[in-house]
Design a protein around this ligand. Structure first.
Ligand code: HEM
Length: 382
């Protein structure tokens, strides 16, 4: 007997190997598609593909070149600072630290977060300088940063990234971005155009006011005797379900010493930190400032009025320092929205923007070859 062709087999089995009766009803056989039907089906598939591709392009901001997306933000950081393989797009120069937080239980009346129960939790962190150049010369006037990750006994994490400025110069992500664009180096002079900076300030009076506050706080001499400010407001929820808005600050236990103003060495600040932490553990009080009704929770350029209640909730101790080359902190994204139960974001527009942009920066650097960190392992061991 001649072997069965594919079509014949289709007529004689139902696909699971059972034989179909010779007298199976006609409607079991699908009628061949007419050219018109075929065209309609192909057109429908085409439209579906267009919708899917269009959705991706829309979400990527391709139809709205003015729309501020995390990718555009990261591109702009790269235009201003260049691309430094494997490094953060901002706060690129850094060194990593470890230590612990001892809660004094005073925070528990504000938030049910486990970090405010009695006891000690391990902390890993990273000190940094603002800006996208990982090999920048330390300058006491450059913004200093501290990223921290608290690992709570129930498996939750609390991450925060703080700076040494008492207010933030930009009220929303668009203002930060516009300032970045204004600070792009001129192709001829390789310096930012002062006229663009002046135009930015003229159109952003809140930045001018914030800068005046910042200038009235002379920077300290080192990373160790600096206060670090969380700046954004957060909503704390306690065990009774009551909400309170707070901002947090790390107040140094190392005595204040004024910075000199000008740089006295490429690694002045980092070398000072390494020497200081190797001499003795460094400590800060973690202080919550409690908002009153009407205090702005959506604008980090504005300080809350004097006299707001301050709650010292415990002590941060940092007792070891490590190069980015060996520390797991290099690969942490200190996303300010990684919060334990009992802490929630406020309506500050910076918070969700930061989270999205840090993620974009993290994704880019995670996929790149790692170049040596400026503060090497041997520098830390010296
Ligand atoms: C729209 C506003 C902001 C933008 C666009 C921005 C952008 C960035 C980017 C791209 C990074 C690198 C993230 C990574 O690769 O892991 C970064 C890191 C950092 N930012 Fe921001 N930032 C903003 C606001 C702030 C504010 C308000 C603070 C302080 C309260 C802050 C403190 C820091 C610190 C300390 C780091 C370094 C953390 C680390 O060591 O990983 N930033 N920022």
């Amino acid at each position: 007997m001649a072997p069965l062709g594919a079509n014949q087999e289709a007529k004689t089995t139902n696909g699971s190997g059972e034989s179909l009766s010779e007298t199976a009803p006609m409607e079991k056989h699908s009628a061949p598609l007419s050219a018109g039907n075929m065209f309609a089906r192909l057109a429908a598939i085409g439209v579906l593909l267009l919708v899917v591709v269009g959705a991706f392009l829309y979400l990527g901001g391709w139809f709205s070149p003015q729309k501020l997306t995390p990718a555009r933000f990261a591109d702009e950081f790269e235009r201003v600072n260049g691309i430094h393989s494997g490094f953060r797009r901002n706060h690129a120069k850094g060194v990593c630290v470890r230590g612990f937080f001892d809660s004094n239980e005073q925070g528990a009346r504000l938030s049910k977060a486990v970090v405010f129960h009695t006891g000690r939790v391990p902390v890993i962190g990273r000190f940094s300088l603002g800006g996208g150049d990982p090999h920048a010369t330390d300058d006491p006037s450059t913004v200093r940063g501290l990223g921290l990750q608290f690992s709570l006994p129930d498996g939750e994490q609390w991450r925060t990234a703080m700076i040494n400025l008492p207010v933030f110069p930009f009220k929303d992500p668009q203002a930060f971005y516009d300032n970045l664009v204004a600070s792009q180096p001129d192709p001829n002079t390789h310096q930012p155009d002062p006229a663009k900076g002046a135009a930015f300030l003229a159109s952003h009076p809140e930045t001018a006011r914030a800068l005046a506050i910042i200038k009235s706080h002379a920077p300290s001499s080192g990373f160790d005797n600096t206060a670090y400010y969380g700046l954004n407001a957060f909503r704390f929820v306690n065990a009774d379900g009551a909400s309170t808005y707070v901002r947090w600050t790390l107040a140094p236990m190392q005595p204040y010493e004024a910075g000199t103003g000008a740089s006295q060495g490429k690694e002045l600040l980092f070398d000072g930190l390494i020497a200081s932490i190797q001499r003795q553990p460094l400590q800060w009080h973690l202080v919550m400032t409690v908002a009153q009704a009407g205090d702005p929770t959506d604008n980090a350029t504005v300080q809350w009025p004097e006299g707001r209640e301050q709650v010292d909730v415990g002590t941060l101790t940092l007792d070891s320092v490590e190069s980015e080359e060996t520390s797991p902190a290099r690969d942490i994204n200190f996303d300010p929205l990684v919060l334990p139960a009992g802490m929630a974001p406020s309506n500050d527009p910076l918070l969700s923007a930061r989270s999205a942009i840090y993620s974009q920066s993290f994704t880019r650097r995670a996929g790149e070859t790692k170049e040596p960190s400026e503060i090497t392992s041997s520098e830390v061991r010296r």
